[in-house]
Design a protein around this ligand. Structure first.
Ligand code: GAP
Length: 517
């Protein structure tokens, strides 16, 4: 675990050192859980967005895109339930003055029991080797049984307070924290305040005078921009059910506990798609979208074992099925995407609050009804983090040296080709520029002439550039260059005229999309 934490720290500093992610307002020591994307980060992020957008809008004839404003009419958030219910339970420690999410403190306590069980299992595994029977050990070992009971009891109590009939039981939650003896990690004390609900939406004012100004919110999800445009798109696009609306955009949440770098941010980006369907077909479509979305993730080649579904036990009152796609991050399996069957809740609520009829006339059945919705919702930043975590490697080379390399999927890499003149003379820089001038229209190229070739390769490995080309004396004679592959480090001599055809297919988003069909 400690080793994994070290790796994660290295990834965070690598992101900064190589221009992927900087703390926001860095010269003022940053702003909590807000980050900026640097020169390489923005390219990777744009490529992720393109991969998602094209897989939705290009590959599905019945999915179209929109780009709704961040500011929305305040009634939107009343209708969606966010004003009343988009809350996290928070608790303060009076001694350290630090604020925590009460549910997270309890979840961490459960994780401690799980860790203890896991450690016992690992110890026994080492002791007994191949003859180790985990199921039997779990059923008989006293320490495992004791911790399993503590875990089960706590899990049961936690479920009870979270699912209390009138909403989360805040007093019950505090009692669990006291009974479990959970202490503040900073002060080490149990001097806790009561648990309170905290609304996660950021508020601001629109209008110039205090009297005339009205409170508006920074959207906490992009989905509502799609729901309020359902009629506009359906009518102007003459869309027939089933059809989808996709959108990429910023969302804002005043997270109480913002941790793990870009995993939980206060300003982040979502890629959401609402798929409008006939009522009664939702569970079939839910299953189809689960499969489609998992395929999209696994298509990146990170290994099926690094993904899993986490079906929700507790469903929001408007949902009749929900699952998360989790990815194996250095800090455990974590949610990257949510897939939700949202019934007709959102459209019905907007119809009620706006007084507009929001329905679909089905020409096949001659009936009008409010469509049901399957939503797929993925965080760009979490996707970015999962790609970084999986691609980062500190590799020991056969000659005893090490290199840090990002094995980014070539189609997502910020720079696709680096071109180096071996030396700065004899017309080599000019020849290298000529190659770039020819290829820059097809993919992102970078020119580098500083330092020895070996150092230049290392710099390109560190930003995940899949191909490097070196222009040398022979190039000037026969128009060939050495082409080096990032992952294998193999070099081969190729004609300049062949470079485009060798590289383009491998680095294009199209190559990824074709594998999805
Ligand atoms: N419209 C549904 C919705 O917003 P969600 O599970 O709250 O559902 C969807 O969020 C996705 O947005 C998550 O799976 C995650 O990838 C991303 N996300 C949510 N909160 C985030 C945060 N504070 N920082 C970064 N990404 C976040």
């Amino acid at each position: 675990m400690a080793q994994q934490e070290d790796v994660f720290k290295k990834i965070v500093s690598h992101c900064k050192e190589y221009g992927f992610v900087f703390p926001s307002s860095d010269i003022y020591d940053g702003l909590g859980a807000v980050y900026d994307y640097g020169q390489n980060g923005v390219e990777l992020k744009n490529n992720i967005k393109q991969y998602w957008w094209q897989s939705m809008v290009l590959l599905h004839e019945n999915i179209v895109g929109i780009d709704a404003a961040i500011f929305m009419h305040p009634t939107t958030w009343k209708a969606s339930g966010h004003v009343d219910a988009f809350n996290d339970p928070l608790i303060d420690n009076r001694d350290s003055k630090k604020r925590y999410r009460a549910d997270v403190l309890i979840e961490e306590q459960m994780a401690k029991y799980e860790d203890k069980i896991q450690k016992e299992i690992e110890k026994a595994q080492k002791r007994f080797g191949d003859s180790f029977d985990e199921a039997k050990f779990r059923a008989t070992n006293e320490r495992v049984l004791e911790n399993q009971k503590k875990y089960d009891d706590l899990h049961h109590r936690f479920q009870e307070v979270m699912n209390a009939p009138g909403g989360i039981d805040l007093e019950g939650m505090k009692q669990i924290i006291l009974d479990e003896g959970i202490v503040c990690p900073i002060s080490g004390t149990r001097n806790w305040t009561d648990v309170r609900q905290f609304n996660l939406m950021f508020k601001t004012e629109m209008g110039s005078t205090a009297d005339g100004a009205s409170t508006i919110y920074l959207r906490p999800e992009t989905a509502q921009g799609i729901f309020v445009n359902y009629l506009n798109v359906q009518k102007t696009g003459r869309m027939k059910l089933p059809f989808g609306i996709a959108q990429i955009g910023k969302a804002f949440r005043n997270e109480i506990v913002a941790r793990q770098f870009i995993f939980r941010m206060r300003e982040f980006e979502q890629m959401e798609m609402q798929f409008f369907i006939q009522p009664g077909t939702e569970l079939d479509w839910f299953a189809k979208w689960k499969e489609t979305r998992m395929k999209w993730h696994q298509n990146l080649g990170f290994g099926a074992e690094n993904y899993r579904f986490h079906d929700h036990d507790k469903l929001a009152h408007y949902a009749n099925a929900a699952t998360d796609i989790e990815f194996h991050m250095p800090f455990g399996f974590k949610e990257v995407e949510g897939i939700h069957s949202r019934t007709n809740f959102d459209l019905s609520q907007h119809a009620k609050y706006s007084g507009k009829k929001i329905e679909y006339f089905d020409p096949e059945t001659n009936e009008s009804y409010t469509p049901y919705v399957i939503e797929t919702s993925i965080g760009v930043d979490r996707m970015f983090l999962s790609i970084m975590c999986h691609s980062y490697e500190e590799q020991l080379l056969p000659d005893g040296q090490t290199r840090t390399v990002l094995h980014l999927p070539a189609a997502l890499a910020p720079v696709k080709l680096a071109v180096f003149p071996l030396t700065k003379k004899d017309g080599m820089p000019e020849k290298a520029q000529e190659i770039i001038n020819e290829l820059r229209f097809h993919f992102n190229c970078k020119y580098e002439e500083k330092d020895q070739i070996g150092k230049r390769y290392r710099r390109m490995d560190a930003i995940g550039c899949p191909y490097c080309v070196t222009v040398d004396q022979q190039t000037l004679e026969d128009n060939t260059v050495t082409l080096r592959d990032r992952d294998t480090m193999e070099q081969k001599r190729v004609a300049i005229s062949d470079l485009r055809s060798i590289i383009e297919d491998k680095v294009s988003i199209t190559s990824l999309l074709k594998k999805l069909l």
